[in-house]
Design a protein around this ligand. Sequence first.
Ligand code: SF4
Length: 335
Amino acid sequence: MKNRQFKLFQCCVPVKGIKNGVVIDFQRNTMHKVSNQIIDLLEEYSSKDIYDLFNDFKTSKTILKKHMRYFIENELVIMSDDVDCYSLLENDFFWPEIVDTISIEIENLNTDFKEFLEIQINELGVKSLKLILRKDEIRNFVKISTLLKKSKIRCVVLYLEYSIEIVKEFQPFVIDDPRVSQVVFYNFNGDLNLEDCDGKFCFEKSPLEIIFDNKTIESVDDFVLNLNIYNEALQRNLMFNRSVYIDSLGNVKKHREDVEMYGNIVSIDLVEIVKNKDFKLFWEITKDQIEVCKDCEFRYICPDGRIPFKTNSKDHYYKYKTRCKYDPYQGNWDI
Ligand code: SF4
């Protein structure tokens, strides 16, 4: 191997967990399992001559060569006479929108809700809506679709209690609606011929409480290998940052299970409500502050949807009520 300086490409980010580490290549959307010791060496010897590394670890030359070959073959490292001309990655994260995602429960689509959906959410720059339709589902959905016609909303996810009639009713309305990305039917108990359903339809046996607030990671396929997401996860909670929950009476909460109500959209602008410091604090709960996740090598690419709760512990501030299927201490998944 020719002597040159080396360092990881700027789009390749190393993350150490308690047992394993990974190098995430955000350009190719790939992830490479690497030991923490190798990550330490990559960081310590970054921008130095590769011969320095081999000289300092003469007894481990063979294993180091093997790793270096792997990094070069997978284009994870730059080998150059002057690696400093390759700049470092900026970890800046800025989104102009105050609120990005709104989850809203609709029973009675009265004038206040209509005004909110048609005007306020646009002014706030909201991009995603999660609609829980409790009553008059199809009528309310059609009205909401009309209200959103000129909006900036890019993605709508519908949550409906399963019945075969509702599935059949919704099929023609959502099939060609590009904004509706998913229709989730909870409390599914049928023997539906799923081939007859649109690909946007998702059937869950669990109740709404489980699928809405406790959506966990199932496998590596759930991770999001995106540099903006990574940068956001360094400073914010990926699932809850810039998101609010509005109940069927218009009360604004941090999330569906929140016992606090911070105001009502009928009487106060949402932009004023989210100025409350509780929102800011909640949005800023990174995985580094959550038990178990803080030790996981996937913590900056994990869109796990569970609600973090405060612990009494002095060392760690938050925890989840349920277990994740990945165990970072063993480095394996529940089967
Ligand atoms: S332990 Fe936490 S960060 Fe790791 S996969 Fe599970 S939820 Fe995600």
